[in-house]
Design a protein around this ligand. Structure first.
Ligand SMILES: *Cc1c(COP(=O)(O)O)cnc(C)c1O
Length: 416
């Protein structure tokens, strides 16, 4: 293999069609999702709490999701972001509170904290791409009330160590499982280790209804507060309790529609198929690439609990990572760097500390200045720019998987 054989230098690409399918749930849409939505329309009952010929699709989704995750309560909401806000508010987090957030996550995790009136502080990661529990001691202070963990791109995070830390420091633990529905550690589902867990049903997640989300918890009081916050302070499932003025407060409207709930039910039925498909493909990819020059695999703490949503490898430096990604894309395989190769706090909406009102809130609620610096999480800065990532689709064919292995070996043998 020679430099000129690479497609990026004019050689023949390994594939003639582009391989990039980061929409696992959406790829499987068929008549089942269509009929479920159709049935709600024909029932003339698109609202989740009552209707003309009410079907109870959202309620069914909540029951089935709780059963699948082995958790007592589930609440459907309108998005993964809404789910994190609801979880924070259920836990009473707001002005004057700091919330620990991983430095590698989607901007929504940190944004939700700010929208809830609290301030995110960022925890550095380790080679699992998750919060390094050993470094948490450096950032916790008297204002810290909660920690949000994010199992990144399908893999479980170190919840056992996080829970121990949280117990010592009396922190609420919220699990933002938007990207990793169905992942687990030691057989226990992500989302059920902490006090409260959240999921997203946006297009890129494991399952999708276009938009949607859910909150899960074993704690009845957190569940009731979540229900109230998502529905204007009401607790419609239990009218006797919703009458108690001592228990209520103003809320939002984050209610899921019955059309969304009906489609969510069909998607939830597909979760095991999606996970099994992804896991099998990831195993083949890792086996095929185990001797690939130049790269090391992202560390996975529990292979059984990894849903296999992505293959992530680390190059020795960012130049090599970008060279590999460019060359792989020329071979028609969509490797990429998550979040532009940067920690979440480098997003301008976080880093500038701008807010929609421009009045300094919520950053001005502390007797010290909140300071964000580019290098505050050095491991995240380093790994984010050395990573190369491929989204794994449950419907990649054997040929697709072979092409990935072939192309990755071809490119790495030339650039290393
Ligand atoms: C996608 C995502 C969200 C937001 O979900 P939406 O449904 O798009 O609001 C939150 N947190 C993480 C980690 C995500 O990946």
């Amino acid at each position: 293999m020679d430099k000129k054989d690479l497609a990026i230098n004019g050689g023949t690409p390994v594939r003639d069609t582009y391989l990039y399918l980061p929409y696992p749930g959406a790829q499987l849409y068929d008549e089942k999702e269509a009929k479920a939505a159709f049935d709600v329309c024909m029932s003339k009952s698109p609202f989740r709490y009552y209707g003309i010929n009410y079907l109870g699709m959202v309620e069914k989704f909540e029951k089935d999701l709780a059963a699948r995750m082995n958790v007592k309560n589930a609440l459907a909401v309108t998005s993964g972001t809404a789910a994190v806000v609801v979880a924070l508010k259920a836990a009473g987090i707001g002005p004057g509170d700091k919330v620990i957030v991983p430095s590698i996550t989607f901007v929504a995790t940190a944004g939700a904290v700010i929208c809830a009136g609290a301030v995110p502080v960022f925890a550095d990661i380790d080679d699992t791409m998750h919060i390094d529990p050993k470094k948490l001691g450096n950032i916790v202070d008297k204002y810290t009330k909660a920690i949000i963990t994010v199992p990144f791109s399908g893999a479980p995070c170190q919840m056992d160590e996080i829970m121990e830390f949280a117990k010592v420091h009396n922190l609420i633990v919220i699990e933002d499982v938007a990207q990793s529905m169905g992942s687990s550690l030691k057989g226990r589902m992500m989302g059920t280790w902490g006090d409260i867990g959240t999921y997203s049903l946006q297009m890129n997640k494991m399952l999708t209804t276009g938009e949607g989300g859910a909150v899960v918890t074993d704690n009845d009081s957190l569940y009731e507060r979540a229900v109230r916050y998502h529905d204007q302070g009401q607790l419609r499932c239990d009218p006797s309790r919703s009458a108690d003025p001592a228990l209520t407060f103003p809320g939002q409207n984050y209610r899921m529609s019955e059309i969304t709930g009906a489609v969510a039910n069909m998607q939830l039925e597909r979760l095991d198929f999606i996970i099994n498909g992804m896991k099998k493909i990831k195993k083949t990819l890792k086996e095929g690439l185990k001797d690939i020059p130049g790269f090391t695999f992202r560390r996975i703490i529990d292979e059984d609990g990894d849903v296999g949503a992505s293959l992530i490898m680390y190059a020795p430096d960012s130049e090599k990572a970008l060279e590999f990604i460019k060359a792989m894309n020329a071979e028609n395989i969509g490797f990429f760097q998550s979040y532009g190769g940067k920690p979440v706090y480098m997003n301008p909406q976080i880093f500038t500390k701008n807010t929609v009102e421009g009045k300094g809130f919520p950053y001005n609620q502390f007797d010290e200045e909140i300071v964000y610096t580019e290098d505050m999480c050095p491991v995240a800065c380093d790994l984010a720019k050395r990573m190369v990532c491929l989204s794994i689709s449950p419907v990649y064919t054997d040929k697709d998987v072979e092409d990935v292995i072939l192309a990755a070996k071809k490119v790495s043998s030339v650039i290393f």
